[in-house]
Design a protein around this ligand. Sequence first.
Ligand SMILES: [Zn+2]
Length: 269
Amino acid sequence: MPEGDTLYRIAENIRPVLQGQAITAALSNPSPQVPAIDAASLVGCTITSVEARGKHLLISLDDDRVVHSHLGMHGSWHAYTIGEPWRKPARQAGLAMRTATHEVVNFNPKLLELVTATTLRRNDYLQRLGPDLMLPDVDLPSILPRLRTHNAAPVGEAVMNQTLLAGVGNVYKSETLFLARINPWSRVDELGDQQLLDYLQLTHRLMRLNRKSGKRTTRFAGDGVRFWVYGRSGQACFECADKVRIRRQGDAGRTTYWCPTCQQPPAGR
Ligand SMILES: [Zn+2]
């Protein structure tokens, strides 16, 4: 499932084949959720930058327009050398762009739009996006006051709120709260500033470790099991042998995995 590190990696992978290149051909297929964009108008444009912002990807063109996409749960970006067969059907291509040497394809996007840079700057959601934990120089202390505005929220919901901090998805939520020994249903105001800051540092470090290609890993034990709790409900906790639990959390009903022994609720609850 795409999280902030997925988008960062995608940007790193497709930037070298797109940036500075002219688009020689393009196609866009509509899906039931996402209308097609005007792909013909991309031909002749040069790509000036490729940037991940949280879970969004922004591809800027030299005519002041930007391709803005969001992968959702099922989207992906692939880069192919010309002539290489695509690994998904062409009808699933929300957008495909060809340069002199490559084809870059966005399959099954949840959002795809072609907008002016000005419109994008006014995009309410992007404007409200919190500091991006994938960025090497992210200002972690600046996230504290943002979290404090959601003091009554369970921490497992707050860290997924992309307006407070950008990049954490379901996998990192479960894994980092386990590693920090924080109960996912603790309210933000039950955690001290230092505890939150330590949590953010840990999460930032783990996400940066995953910035290169390869399988997302938060547990480096050398036994092939990449996660501490994520996807392991009913199995023994690696630390205490209690059973890892799973429960839906928040309005969106996202799954949270945790160990009830290692991640005790705050005293008195
Ligand atoms: Zn445990």
